[in-house]
Design a protein around this ligand. Structure first.
Ligand code: 5GP
Ligand code: ZN
Length: 136
């Protein structure tokens, strides 16, 4: 069965579209965390960050920025989260890359990005930084 977000791009599944250009499509999330919760996706299907072409990803992020500014003008939130999940282990449900724009208000209690800060092992952190740098 074809991807639900590809169907939304083609108009085969209805959505509240906010923006569309040659490479990018943006629409309102049907289960909004807060007012203004929006999804920005590439028109060319790519499951996640590891599969998408760089030019498509940059096009998506450029639109994310513009839409974030528009949402801020309209809704005046206190803050905003951008979220982009890759893989089931990261909580991704729909396997077509998407960036969530989630407006936030102080005390909205939505529990996004509220992990506990626990100091890590310095040697381990240093070792990983080197290994990743070498892999660039
Ligand atoms: P994630 O894959 O990042 O966990 O989240 C998928 C997001 O897509 C969820 O926030 C969910 O509400 C949204 N979503 C799933 N199916 C549809 C749909 O058919 N229409 C719209 N507008 N949003 C959807
Ligand atoms: Zn798709």
């Amino acid at each position: 069965m074809e991807c639900i977000f590809c169907k939304i791009i083609k108009g085969e599944v209805p959505s509240f579209k906010v923006y569309e250009d040659e490479k990018v499509f943006a629409f309102m999330d049907i289960n909004p965390i807060n007012d203004g919760h929006m999804l920005v996706i590439p028109k060319t299907h790519a499951e996640n960050l590891f599969e998408i072409e760089e030019s498509d990803f940059l096009a998506v992020m450029s639109v994310v920025r513009r839409l974030s500014l528009a949402i801020r003008r309209v809704l005046g939130p206190d803050g905003m989260n951008l979220m982009q999940l890759n893989g089931e282990a990261a909580g991704q449900v729909v396997p077509h890359l998407h960036v969530h724009i989630v407006p936030r208000w102080g005390g909205d209690g939505k529990g996004i990005c509220e992990w506990e800060l626990v100091p890590g092992d310095r040697d381990k952190i240093k070792g990983l930084s080197k290994r990743i740098q070498e892999a660039l």
